[in-house]
Design a protein around this ligand. Structure first.
Ligand code: WQD
Length: 313
């Protein structure tokens, strides 16, 4: 398993080993380092790649687009080159619903137009196009492009969860910092959107549901069901939208106290509302989300209380 350690922790791998029946192999490296990539493929019999290496904060991508094109796009090109050099042609790619940009309507199906509204979404769409070309070139490549909506929550054991380095850009980990008193209050980025309560709506999906979607995707690619060499796009969401205020309420129910917040200006790059139509995931992969918003908050809160400082520094 090759991870861009930039925003993750080797401790999480040790804990995954304790939770699962087998220790994953961890090789520390940068997805843009072709020498390490070749070494990984030389040293291991690899049938397929789940490509998760990337950076993913919408707000940061607006402020620092070069970092996002370098890691997310150049990194993917480096990885696909190594795969091609070593005859590995099955890939599950971590794409994103942000490729839809500012959608006219929701729920979003995979056929809806893509017009990313921020550099992060642009990088994900570019990699999708690369994989569509790789599979169309009759090189025997097969790809599943999984468009994540908003991954949140933590494993129910409370042992593994999201531990972003520095100040988190995303709503759930930031609320977690407020709930553990590491931040005084939450800034709600705008309450004047054209939504029922004025705050942005997102399709939050439990990270365990997301993980199960990857297992289903891998099973599909390595089975005889994957007959044609094509890049199939699949939404992974709950088909439910929740506003920022609804998330705050669900968090307060999970932790048992009020989450202090203030409404501030809108954040550049934000989109008023989007949530998934994930019927294709069910039809093609036999997958659907099983956790609701309340469970996402309960599991995230358990992770946060058991690990107030994340994995430790
Ligand atoms: C959600 C809502 C903010 C922080 C994420 C990931 C991206 C992609 C899509 C997978 C927005 C509001 C946030 C805060 C706030 N996931 N908010 N105060 O922007 O939808 O993007 O999901 O590919 O990787 O970044 O998620 O959690 O940043 O924001 O009010 O302190 O919460 O305005 O409406 P976003 P987010």
């Amino acid at each position: 398993m090759l991870r861009v350690i930039g925003n993750s922790s080797a401790e999480s791998i040790r804990r995954v080993s304790r939770l699962s029946n087998g220790a994953p192999v961890l090789i520390k490296g940068d997805v843009r380092d072709t020498a390490i990539l070749d070494q990984v493929f030389d040293d291991n019999a690899i049938d397929a790649v789940i490509h998760l290496a990337g950076v993913k904060a919408v707000g940061e991508s607006v402020k620092n687009p070069q970092k996002y094109y370098d890691i997310n796009v150049s990194g993917s090109v480096c990885l696909f080159g190594a795969m091609q050099r070593h005859g590995v042609s099955n890939v599950v790619f971590s794409s994103s619903a942000t490729v839809y940009g500012v959608p006219e309507t929701s729920p979003l199906t995979e056929e809806m137009p893509t017009k990313p509204h921020n550099p992060y979404g642009q990088t994900k769409l570019m990699v999708e196009h690369i994989l569509r070309d790789m599979t169309a070139a009759n090189l025997g490549w097969r790809a599943l492009l999984l468009r994540y909506f908003n991954p949140v929550g933590a494993h129910s054991s409370g042992e593994i969860g999201e531990d972003p380095h520095g100040i988190p850009d995303n709503l759930f980990p930031f609320i977690g910092m407020v709930a553990t008193k590491r931040k005084p209050l939450l800034d709600v980025f705008g309450a004047d959107y054209n939504t029922p309560d004025g705050t942005c709506i997102r399709d939050y999906i439990h990270v365990v549901d997301l993980a199960r979607g990857h297992v289903k995707a891998l099973d599909y690619l390595l089975s005889d069901r994957a007959t044609d060499n094509s890049a199939k796009i699949v939404n992974l969401g709950t088909d439910q939208g929740s506003s920022v205020f609804q998330v705050i309420k669900a968090w307060e129910a999970a932790c048992g106290f009020e989450i202090p917040f203030q409404v501030t200006n809108r954040r550049a790059g934000d989109v008023p509302a989007y949530y998934a139509d994930s019927r294709r995931a069910k039809a093609l992969l036999g997958w659907q989300a099983e956790h609701d918003l309340a469970q996402m908050c309960v599991d995230h809160w358990r992770w946060q209380t058991k690990n107030p400082d994340g994995y430790g520094k």
